[in-house]
Design a protein around this ligand. Structure first.
Ligand SMILES: CC(C)(COP(=O)(O)OP(=O)(O)OC[C@H]1O[C@@H](n2cnc3c(N)ncnc32)[C@H](O)[C@@H]1OP(=O)(O)O)[C@@H](O)C(=O)NCCC(=O)NCCS
Length: 163
């Protein structure tokens, strides 16, 4: 499976995939307030082409946004989604691993997401004590991962938009 960087023309197809995969009203979530008016990190927005092209061109997608945590630079992972007919084949893991590896190669050291620990712990994410997402966010779902040793040491406080 060859992942490729999302292109400008992919935007609405990726949005349609997210609409299909997430509950209605996803853009009301507090994580979206961190994305308002801030472009994603283009090099880290990846798409997995659908194999047979029957579903349209895209079988899965991931985006990352720059954020700040207590003033320190970090990445917000997500949204990430895989078409319902392609879930459970490892595509989500492929997108996440590739995104994290590329982020490390570009010099990023901290990644945060809001999601299910039972899924994301396999990629090294763990609950973030002292990291305050804008409400309403369940603190149990705020997870962090260090791409370099000790990157989160002493980094605590409010999560804010990068701009
Ligand atoms: C979450 C998602 C991206 C995973 O993609 P995927 O390609 O299906 O995942 P993978 O094939 O890499 O991994 C599948 C494994 O993850 C598990 N898994 C998937 N979602 C999970 C979750 N929310 N919590 C716990 N485990 C989960 C599956 O049960 C499966 O387990 P197994 O390996 O023991 O069989 C995909 O299910 C999806 O798009 N879901 C809807 C959108 C969503 O919830 N996105 C994440 C928001 S935080």
């Amino acid at each position: 499976m060859q992942l490729r960087q999302e292109q400008t023309g992919d935007w609405w197809e990726v949005e349609a995939l997210f609409d299909l995969c997430f509950a209605p009203g996803r853009e009301a979530l507090s994580s979206y307030r961190l994305r308002d008016g801030v472009p994603p990190v283009a090099e880290l927005c990846l798409v997995a082409p659908s194999i047979d092209n029957v579903l349209g061109g895209i079988g899965g997608a991931i985006r990352f946004w720059p954020i700040r945590v207590g003033g320190a630079e970090a990445l917000l992972l997500g949204p990430v989604a895989v078409h319902p007919t392609r879930q459970g084949e490892g595509l989500g893991a492929l997108l996440i691993q590739a995104g994290l590896e590329k982020a490390a190669s570009l010099g990023w050291s901290r990644v945060l997401l809001v999601g299910d620990a039972p899924y994301y712990s396999r990629f090294g994410f763990a609950k973030a004590d002292g990291v305050e997402m804008p409400p309403p966010t369940n603190p149990e779902r705020v997870l962090i991962h260090a791409l370099t040793d000790g990157a989160w040491d002493g980094v605590r406080g409010p999560v804010t938009a990068a701009a």
